[in-house]
Design a protein around this ligand. Structure first.
Ligand SMILES: [Zn+2]
Length: 162
């Protein structure tokens, strides 16, 4: 069931066929994503479709999922997480059409061939958590020092006042 995604697509053809592309991308095909985490091998499941939105714009709608190994920023232990990217990009054929795209939309200019891998890679990178941490992290704060230590600064202060 896992067929690899084509590296280059013609989104307009996809649009005319009203078709969705479903396939896989290897982590090794996405070196920038690979370098920000610790997994050697993983596979992204990707779905891409091209549709006309209610406002008349043609949009590339996609979803990508991949399991990565991040590092928990609290306990510094491995954190296996499925990263999910969902995106919707306005598709225009020529650069001068960009002026018709509202600020809230991300747009992509593509006359015919679109390189899919960098697009998916970028969307996955944008979906990484700002700070990775276990939802139920077992790390304890190191605040269990004994009372004598904690009172030490005050003891010193008392000496100074005397
Ligand atoms: Zn943790």
């Amino acid at each position: 069931m896992s067929n690899s995604l084509p590296l280059i697509i013609d989104p307009w053809l996809l649009y005319r066929h009203n078709d969705a592309l479903v396939g896989t991308l290897l982590l090794s095909q996405m070196p920038n994503l690979k370098s920000v985490q610790n997994k050697e091998q993983s596979t992204a499941n990707v779905r891409v479709a091209v549709k006309q939105r209610e406002d008349g714009h043609t949009v590339i709608i996609g979803k990508a999922e991949i399991e990565l190994e991040l590092e928990c920023q609290r306990c510094l232990q491995p954190l296996i997480e499925v990263i999910e990217a969902k995106f919707e990009l306005v598709l225009v054929k020529y650069e001068q059409q960009l002026s018709s795209v509202s600020d809230g939309d991300d747009a992509i200019v593509c006359e015919d061939n679109l390189e899919l891998v960098p697009l998916i890679e970028q969307e996955l990178i944008l979906s990484l958590p700002m700070i990775a941490k276990h939802s139920n992290c077992q790390a304890m704060y190191e605040n269990a020092e004994d009372d004598a230590d904690r009172q030490h600064p005050f003891a010193n202060l008392k000496d100074l006042l005397n």
